[in-house]
Write a protein that binds this ligand. Structure first.
Ligand SMILES: Nc1ncnc2c1ncn2[C@@H]1O[C@H](COP(=O)(O)OP(=O)(O)OP(=O)(O)O)[C@@H](O)[C@H]1O
Length: 477
């Protein structure tokens, strides 16, 4: 594919096949967002704008020198790799500080999630960075940070960890082949796979191929196009350990599934080890062929569960210690309490705190944490429902839940109802008419009156204000 400059009025050149660079950029943004997590993406990558393309070089623009240097050091290689996957003729990514009038970055809300983004173009041949210790040229570089030593073990992941260690020590043991690791997003599946790979490579002359299912598919397609499927199959079937990450990507990709199935059988029959990860168990991966699901479930299936508070604390402690920045225990507890979604997001939040501390030379305090992570914390605020509010308020003042929507106007019922409306306005994003509907189809002006009245009373009556605050804190925690 060649790249030419369109003479239309678009701010960016277009590819000859009519596909805009913006489309490629959007896909790359979606990929990056999926890879680094929304927190990290929002912190560092939303500020990048697409600049011009010149020969084999594409320019990306950043608003400040600091951001340019940071993005270059942390994400430079990955950006080049992704651009090269999108448009193979692009070999270099130049990062520059933007000037007035340069294009703006893509707003975060316009970047689709990786799973919904249109896949990169098919004729992609991913660039494999080969680790020197490894024989096979199929290996994508393993991330040296992802080792067993840096993996924090707790109840939710101890079984998966033990299985991974076992495979790293004795690949192809009966009962452990294939090893199928599954669990939600950002809980450590990739980390464990890389740790297995690193351990095996260190232990001796073992060839390990690790790649995402997506990469597997692109390589397969590239091999078909270049009529080199035999070499591709031979290469794959010559490794001692094959690891495929995020297998759910193959759902609906029937030909690639078929190829994977044959590779899988050939390797297992030859006594080689397979390690696979996915977001669901083999039996729940509907959309994969039955025979493949059956084979995937034949070895060891290990689930990584959602993190517990204790595990989140241990992970934060370990990562904070490794960073060399002192993060007080109460800040770690606060983060572990607030960011419960997955380890990637938790890590992203901590990294941001650490980067701020390093940048401004200020100690990490709870106040600073709330300020620096304001947007993330807001996004993770627990969603309280109006029903929960009604229940808590009714319990607190010992009235019947049905009185929240009844027509009774006695003060001992009407006042708690007003408080519940007030809290619904404060803690949910529902509109006044929506709140009114939940309180026995009351009019929005009634809700407005309740909100004003409660605000007024809180200013006049300290005990009442304390009650309302207490309820708010209980509902928010
Ligand atoms: N138990 C853990 N100890 C230390 N770090 C962890 C742990 N679990 C996850 N992480 C870190 O969290 C981040 C996300 O983990 P990883 O990429 O392995 O998740 P994943 O389960 O493969 O997610 P996805 O489904 O998105 O592929 C990585 O930086 C990883 O090092």
């Amino acid at each position: 594919m060649t790249i030419g400059v369109d003479d239309d009025e678009s701010a960016f050149p277009r590819l000859e096949d009519g596909k805009g660079l913006e489309e490629s950029w959007l896909r790359i943004c979606a990929r990056l967002k999926g890879e680094v997590g929304e927190v990290e993406y929002r912190t560092w990558l939303t500020k990048i704008a697409l600049g011009p393309i010149d020969g084999d070089e594409i320019t990306l623009l950043l608003p400040t020198r600091f951001l340019r240097d940071w993005v270059r050091s942390q994400y430079g290689d990955r950006l080049s790799e992704l651009w090269n996957q999108e448009i193979p003729s692009i070999r270099r990514v130049e990062l520059q500080v933007a000037r007035a009038g340069d294009p703006a970055p893509i707003p975060l809300e316009n970047v689709p999630s990786a799973s919904t983004a249109t896949p990169v173009q098919e004729e992609v041949t991913p660039v494999a960075r080969t680790a020197p210790e490894v024989r096979s040229d199929l290996v994508t570089a393993l991330d040296s940070r992802f080792t067993f030593d840096t993996f924090v073990v707790g109840k939710p992941n101890e079984f998966a960890y033990a299985c991974a260690r076992r495979v790293a020590e004795k690949p192809s043991s009966v009962g452990f082949n294939p090893l199928f690791l599954y669990g939600g997003v950002g809980l450590g599946k990739t980390h464990l796979m890389h740790a297995i790979g690193a351990e095996l490579i260190q232990s001796g002359n073992v060839s390990v191929a690790y790649m995402s299912a997506e990469k597997f598919m692109y390589r397969f397609i590239a091999a078909i196009r270049s009529q080199s499927t035999i070499e591709f199959k031979e290469q794959l079937r010559s490794v001692d350990v094959l690891m495929i990450d995020d297998l759910q990507f193959l759902i609906g990709k029937d030909n690639t599934q078929e190829e994977f199935f044959h590779t899988f059988n050939a390797l297992v029959d030859a006594g080689r080890q397979i390690v696979v990860s996915a977001d669901k168990s083999p039996s729940d991966l509907s959309g994969l062929e039955d025979r493949l699901r059956t084979r995937l479930g034949c070895g060891m299936v290990a689930d990584i569960h959602a993190t517990t508070f204790e595990l989140r604390i241990s992970i934060l402690e370990s990562k904070a210690a490794a960073s060399g920045v002192v993060v007080p225990g109460k800040v770690l507890e606060f983060l572990a309490h607030k960011i419960t979604s997955n380890v990637r997001e938790l890590e992203g939040a901590l990294n941001r705190l650490i980067a701020h501390a390093n940048l401004f030379g200020r100690p990490v305090t709870l106040e600073a944490t709330q300020e620096v992570l304001h947007d993330i914390l807001k996004a993770h605020d627990r969603r309280v429902t109006i029903e929960e509010i009604q229940k808590k308020v009714a319990e607190h003042w010992n009235i019947r839940l049905t009185d929240m929507s009844s027509a009774r106007r006695a003060r001992n019922v009407a006042r708690p109802r007003q408080v519940a409306m007030y809290l619904a306005k404060q803690l949910t994003s529902r509109s006044l008419p929506e709140i009114g509907r939940k309180f026995g189809n009351r009019d929005h002006t009634t809700v407005m009156h309740a909100v004003n009245r409660v605000t007024e009373l809180m200013g006049l009556d300290a005990a009442f204000a304390e009650d309302v605050e207490l309820l708010r804190r209980m509902l928010e925690s």
